[in-house]
Write a protein that binds this ligand. Structure first.
Ligand code: NAD
Length: 419
């Protein structure tokens, strides 16, 4: 029945779910209902390219469950986007929102395209036409998109503008991750990366690791990886290597993050930063360090390399960076403390929730208020997960997933089955 979603990342999300369902002893009659995505939309997006040709792109939006409120999740622009990948990411959004107590079901969407090869005009026409095609499927009380890989504040501004033009008045609450002067929230852009750094410091407390004596490696230097690296550096952690899709830069003595920031502004790339050597993305994951932060795409830590990573904290800033066969290996390495993705990168959706609340009330908060509320929620989610893992002798991933899945399953049971 779920062949339409067939994809390695979707298989991975289902495999994780099945393990958790067994652990929670969810009745068979409830499993399929909790697991299967509620509804999905596939659209074709004709775009006039700069050379006058019309190219048709494929766009997707999957809403995983509708039992706790509207759905929420990012929009990804990347060549590998498929319905199955989007469905897996939507499922993880459900468990993440439930783990952090947000009144949302999970969603995700995207367009199979390479934004790096599109001009600004092509990107705007693609975004607006995609938004137009999915208008009946989204809305502040239906489904609220946000940025993900390959999208940013500008993408969200175009989506909000296209939706608002269709409705006839400004509807800032239809997307989050907007520019601040269009109803975005202070702290949203930095929220995911800062949340990662906050949770890393909580894990260091547990492990007895001192920030000033520790080192980190970050794969992926986009919205999440860049802010996570900068925030960890501010805590005194030495950043040994960072990377993007073209590879990494490495300095065993540590990279000066302030100078790298300047280099990025001038060169729009991490590459060629003085004092570093080049390293490929596969080798980067194997650098000995205290904190390893995969912050790019899914399935980077696999059965092939999991035994060879050399870190004490694995902070999953990306969604689904570790495959189930890698999990089996990491579970046999008690020296590694895992901060699972649905906890580690939850800062983004938490501040997206704050943005939505501020938009609905047209009442905006200070950055200090946003960050204070964010850290309180992350602290609660971390302690609940950690305590459950300890008390029930579970891995951090199983503890986090079971807290999330149980809340969704309980909501469905309490609401009952219609009709
Ligand atoms: P982004 O597009 O801003 O950055 C992605 C980075 O990864 C870029 O530096 C890119 O060059 C690099 N990259 C792409 N393919 C790569 C590869 N094969 N190997 C190494 N690096 C590669 O995206 P982002 O928003 O920073 O998202 C990164 C991850 O964090 C994704 O898994 C995303 O789902 C997750 N996430 C993002 C948010 C958010 O608020 N943006 C929230 C939660 C989770």
């Amino acid at each position: 029945m779920m062949d339409v979603y067939k994809n390695p990342t979707f298989d991975m999300a289902c495999e994780q779910f099945d393990l958790v369902a067994d652990l929670l002893q969810l009745p068979q009659s409830e499993r399929e209902r909790v697991k299967r995505p509620k509804r999905s939309l596939v659209v074709s997006i004709p775009v006039r390219m700069d050379d006058g040709q019309v190219k048709v792109f494929s766009g997707y939006r999957v809403q995983h469950h509708l039992s706790l409120g509207p759905t929420k999740g990012g929009m990804r622009f990347h060549p590998d986007v498929t319905l199955g990948e989007v469905a897996a990411l939507a499922m993880w959004m459900s468990w993440k929102c439930a783990l952090t107590g947000l009144p949302y079901g999970g969603a995700k969407g995207g367009v199979a395209c390479d934004p790096r090869t599109l001009s600004a005009g092509e990107l705007e026409r693609l975004t607006r036409r995609f938004t137009q095609e999915i208008i009946p499927f989204i809305g502040p009380q239906i489904d609220i998109p946000a940025p993900d890989v390959g999208t940013n504040e500008q993408t969200m501004a175009w989506m909000m503008d296209t939706y608002s033009n269709d409705i006839g008045h400004s509807v800032p609450g239809v997307v989050t991750g907007k520019p601040v002067n269009l109803g975005g929230s202070l702290g949203r852009r930095e929220a995911t990366g800062r949340g990662v750094a906050f949770l890393v410091s909580r894990a260091m407390d547990v492990m007895g690791i001192e920030a000033s004596k520790s080192t980190a490696v970050v794969q992926g230097f986009g919205n999440v990886g860049c802010v996570a690296a900068q925030s960890m550096a501010k805590q005194g952690i030495k950043i040994l290597a960072v990377s993007d899709v073209d590879g990494g830069i490495f300095n065993p003595n540590g990279i000066d993050m302030t100078a790298l920031d300047q280099h990025m502004i001038t060169h729009r790339s991490i590459h060629g930063f003085p004092g570093t050597t080049s390293i490929n993305n596969a080798d980067l994951l194997l650098i000995p360090c205290d904190i390893l932060v995969p912050a790019a795409l899914e399935r980077q830590i696999t059965g092939e390399n999991a035994a060879r990573i050399q870190c004490r904290i694995l902070a999953e800033a990306a969604n689904g960076p570790t495959t189930p066969d890698a999990d089996v290996i990491i579970n046999q390495r008690p020296e590694i403390f895992l901060i699972p993705d649905i906890l580690c990168n939850a800062g983004g959706v938490v501040v997206s929730y704050f943005e939505w609340v501020q938009d609905l009330q047209s009442f905006f908060w200070s950055e200090a208020e946003v960050m204070d509320k964010l850290y309180r929620i992350l602290e609660t989610a971390f302690s609940q997960t950690f305590n459950m893992a300890k008390q029930q002798k579970l891995t951090m991933r199983m503890a986090a997933l079971s807290l999330g899945v149980k809340r969704v399953a309980d909501a469905k049971r309490m609401r009952g089955l219609f009709p």
